[in-house]
Design a protein around this ligand. Sequence first.
Ligand code: NAP
Length: 291
Amino acid sequence: MPAIRLDGKLLAQTIRLEIVARVAVRVADGKHAPGLAAILVGDNPASHVYVRNKRKACEEAGIRSWLFPLAANVPQRDLLNLIAELNANPEVHGILVQLPLPPHLDEKAVLDAVDPTIDVDCFHPENVGLLAAGYPRFYPCTPHGCLQMLRRTGVETAGKEVVVVGRSNIVGKPLAMMLALKRTDKNPMGGDATVTLAHSQTKNLAEVCRRAEILIAAVGVPGLITAEMVRPGAVVLDVGMNSVDGKLVGDVHPGVAAVACSLSPVPGGVGPMTIAMLLENTLRAAELLDG
Ligand code: NAP
């Protein structure tokens, strides 16, 4: 039987409707609608599409959004000044700096300049530290999207063997951390799983992946995960978003559908969940700033 399709588009729509309702209550209470400032440096076509989609999702949820397009050669000082201004604006509850940045900009310095209380991507070291300690202020968007996808489709992670392939700061590393963390009142998305974090130096990747009851690929190599690498009946999430001949494809080979119990598609899987979690974080930041 082919794998069940984990429909991220539908799940994200449900989450977005929940956010619409929470935003409406907030506004009816006389509070500011949440607001997200998006900074887009240069003219990377994929970045433009991502930012457009994120802003459209904000508007549909009743979240205000502002776009700050900057020239590819913007001096770092100007970008840092803009972030400082946005940090000080009480109507801004989230700052999104779309990555990648042009090479002349110091990505770490730029991301560290975002006030941690409105760091809705959860990239700031303070927020990474809080997450690691089990007291998250925000959950990072793509890892949270993966966890929500599992929760909302009834896949329990507690006690499961989970393999995450890819250890980037944006996806793999925080995802593995969230999966491994203890589930508590302060950390409801803790996965309580037994986690292996694989990467380019992992020996016998196929063997490691076959141990997984839940396998998550966040690599950026089209079709890397093939059917032989998947334990029969496993749940497989494909985070990859790779452009091949103008078509968006994941890190998981289509043949995996014949072996897995369920599989998230690309497109329409983890991608829409990531956007929904960005909205969630922007609303959460506004709620936390209310006190
Ligand atoms: P990244 O920063 O390039 O990291 C890739 C990771 O994969 C690295 O840890 C790397 O190992 C590992 N890797 C590379 N080749 C490998 C191989 N052959 N075997 C095992 N591990 C290998 O990428 P990223 O930002 O995490 O993104 C990964 C993918 O997810 C991309 O396709 C990206 O477009 C997509 N993505 C999707 C979303 C979404 O919302 N769906 C969000 C973000 C990213 P080393 O650390 O050893 O180099």
